[in-house]
Design a protein around this ligand. Structure first.
Ligand code: SAM
Ligand code: SF4
Length: 317
């Protein structure tokens, strides 16, 4: 039996947040101080996640993204990824890149093929401001090392912020060309009380100024992609041009909630079931329930009704 929702969408993609902890404090994702973390005992253990993954695979989940928080700060992450690599599922990791230089070799050995690095600027000063103290050089070293080790494609995801300029985009494109990367500009989503929407205007002015050639890139997910001077760049605007009609994903939070949509609080508690020694059949039914709860579209309008009251760090971006 496959996971198909009431709008006819087949659900075959699971994003798994393995931790709500992070070694950065990005302004749009986390408060500067007073971050409330989930107690360790409430975080899914790796063997619990793997049990859920095994059931998910029997239901047609084909693709998994491991995210967080920052996945590379969780102890034992390499062993977990190595376990995942023995499953029949296409999986990848999203990281802020701070520890990528230290972990790249181990990630390769663990069977990870694809990595997304989140990096919003190539200016040291801006990077330190956005991440509240992060060191850009570490991320760049991590990217260069990962590229040299053959992670392909190596994608950079850059959230567009109020002071992201055309010049920033040009610098990213040069960086992508030099290092053989894909850069995707992401529209900011209104989490953590921080709101901006610059992406569409920037895309428009870039299209007028530069020779952007639209391109379809298989496996690159939603968004508009272009070739430009040998680089591939994408613009992903979940708010302005929602791609809900094609949405194929569920999210598993680090504390074991199965979320039908980023903007929905209609979650199903899988941790409770797993800890009560639920059978595979019972876990399957929870997946069906989550899919049944999947809304037709996301909405970030009413904070009380959606996960926008929380930040991405707890949900898993
Ligand atoms: N720590 C890892 C990282 O930064 O790549 C993984 C978790 S992070 C929550 C995953 C992605 O969510 C990052 O690319 C980050 O930029 C993005 N993100 C976080 N808050 C966001 C927001 N409000 N709007 C859009 N993207 C956001
Ligand atoms: Fe941490 Fe990623 Fe959120 Fe930045 S975006 S605070 S790196 S989880």
């Amino acid at each position: 039996m496959k996971l198909i929702d009431k709008f006819g969408r087949t659900i075959d993609y699971l994003r798994i947040s393995v931790t709500d902890r992070c070694n950065l404090r990005c302004v749009y994702c986390m408060p500067e101080k007073g971050v409330e973390t989930i107690p360790h005992s409430e975080i899914l253990r790796y063997e619990e996640i793997l049990k859920i993954v095994d059931v998910a695979i029997t239901l047609g989940i084909k693709k998994i993204r491991v995210t967080g928080g920052e996945p590379l700060v969780r102890k034992g992450i390499i062993g977990f990824l190595s376990e995942l690599s023995h499953r029949k599922v296409d999986f990848s990791v999203t990281t802020n890149g701070i520890l990528l230089g230290d972990f790249a070799d181990d990630l390769k050995k663990a069977g990870v093929k694809r990595i997304n690095v989140s990096l919003d600027t190539l200016s040291e000063k801006k990077f330190s401001e956005i991440t509240r103290g992060g060191v850009l050089k570490k991320v760049i070293n991590g990217i260069v090392k990962a590229k040299a080790l053959g992670f392909e494609p190596l994608k950079i995801n850059a959230v567009v912020l109020p002071d992201t300029s055309e010049e920033d985009i040009k610098t990213f494109i040069e960086f992508a060309k030099t290092n053989g990367l894909v850069v995707r500009f992401i529209e900011h989503l209104p989490f953590a009380g921080y709101r901006t929407n610059q992406l569409v205007a920037l895309e428009k002015s870039c299209k007028m100024k530069y020779n952007l050639i639209p391109t379809d890139v298989e496996g690159f997910g939603p968004g508009r992609h272009y070739k430009m001077n040998g680089a591939t760049i994408g613009f992903i605007s979940a708010l302005t041009f929602p791609f809900c009609r094609k949405c194929n994903r569920l999210r598993l939070t680090s504390d074991g909630k199965l979320l039908p949509c980023l903007s929905s609080l209609d979650f199903v508690d899988v941790k409770k079931a797993v800890r009560n020694c639920a059978s595979d059949e019972e876990i399957k039914n929870l997946f069906f329930e989550a899919v049944k709860n999947k809304p037709e579209k996301h909405t970030f309008e009413n904070p009380r009704d959606c996960m926008a009251v929380k930040s991405m760090v707890g949900i898993g971006g």
